[in-house]
Design a protein around this ligand. Structure first.
Ligand code: PMP
Length: 362
């Protein structure tokens, strides 16, 4: 087997090697069926058991919160940006959004196409480099929900704690930090995440929601976009992305093997701590982008003295097998995405490379 890259991609991103190898071993003949999971009916017993297992595992990793259901949907987190207002914005209601960066902005703009929106707090004046103070976040009186983006993948910011939304359902886009740390699910009415960062390959989007929120949907919206369609049919209304769901189940098993959320969280904090410590101690050669109190433990964003030097850095890093360090095209700079599956050793290797690169610049 060729050497695996030091993969710091933002998504799709690194998957645990153990999971890839397990999938490879059972790829051609899944559970002695004589076919791969991609080739069998999604209505058969084998696929259904994988589907149900993945849902149960996810809830179990979250501490089996009472009254929650897991849905598998398609169309990415971007489709959730539309489904949320379509399902919840009834006449006279608004969606309250906390504006923290690029992804919150996309969610807000999509909702605006559907109905009334409101800004519950914004850090735009701080160039989205920090998460607003929790005490400043206020949903509108007529809010159908309060929407937060738990981790801004592009800017590299993350909520340390989540706001308390009282009786208004809190909705969280957790696409880039789901299952990376322990948190209280009960605070949320609905959580969604595209799988392709911390949960598996692209193609499936996970929704974890209070059953009462997703049991009934407006009948004037398209059937496939109603949460109730997926709830009533156990996410088997239409053909699910079966291979992606199978991979999610394998990644969830792997998270269990790491000691669940507490286990992955302590590793993630160690990895992020190592990089930020090195950046902060580099006498300004590398500079962290996000406000220290809002730094993400998933996407470490940083800059160098000039764009030219950043380009040289990315090029030199690629030659050494470090992939995906270029910042998002909308903001530039550098970004190391260190999701659950990125091993500590790879992050250590990156810190060592950064040290080495700095030395070569005299
Ligand atoms: N929200 C966040 C926080 C993201 O990072 C992304 C993807 N990078 C999205 C939403 C959009 O996800 P998708 O590509 O699955 O639609």
């Amino acid at each position: 087997m060729s050497k695996r890259a030091y993969n710091f991609n933002a998504g799709p991103a690194a998957l645990p090697l153990e999971v890839l190898e397990r999938a490879q071993a059972e790829f051609v003949d899944f559970r002695e069926s004589g076919m791969s999971i991609m080739e069998m009916s999604h209505r058969g017993a084998i696929y259904e058991s994988v589907h149900n297992e993945a849902q149960q595992r996810l809830l179990s990793l979250l501490g089996n919160p009472t009254g929650y259901k897991v849905l598998f949907t398609q169309g990415g987190a971007s489709t959730q940006f539309a489904m949320i207002p379509l399902n919840f914005l009834s006449e006279g209601k608004v969606g309250s959004y906390v504006m923290t960066g690029s992804w919150a902005d996309k969610a807000y703009k999509e909702a605006k196409l559907v109905g009334g929106v409101h800004v519950a707090a914004s850090s735009e004046e701080q160039k989205f480099l920090k998460i607003p103070e929790l005490s400043s976040i206020k949903a509108a009186d007529n809010a159908a929900y309060l929407h937060v983006t738990s981790n801004e993948t592009i800017e590299g910011t993350q909520y340390a704690e989540f706001p308390d939304s009282g009786s208004i359902p809190l909705i969280g886009d957790m696409s880039s930090d789901i299952l990376s740390r322990a948190f209280d699910v009960n605070k949320f009415g609905l959580i969604y995440a595209g799988a392709q960062k911390n949960l598996g390959p692209s193609g499936v989007t996970v929704v974890i929601a209070k059953e009462e929120l997703i049991a009934e949907s407006p009948s004037h919206i398209p059937t496939i976009l109603r949460y109730s369609t997926h709830t009533k049919n156990n996410s088997l209304y239409n053909t699910p992305p079966s291979f992606s769901v199978y991979m999610v189940n394998e990644v969830l098993k792997w998270i269990e093997e790491q000691g669940g959320l507490a286990g992955v969280e302590s590793k993630n904090r160690e990895k992020a701590g190592l990089l930020y410590e090195y950046i902060d101690g580099s006498d300004g050669f590398y500079r962290g982008v996000a406000d220290p109190g809002s730094r993400s433990i998933m996407n470490v964003t940083f800059r160098m003295q000039s764009e030219d030097l950043e380009k040289q850095f990315v090029k030199a890093a690629e030659l050494e097998g470090f992939i995906g360090l270029k910042g998002h095209r909308s903001v530039g700079g550098l970004r190391a995405s260190i999701y659950n599956a990125v091993p500590y050793e790879n992050v250590k290797a990156l810190a060592d490379f950064m040290k080495h690169f700095r030395q070569t610049q005299g």
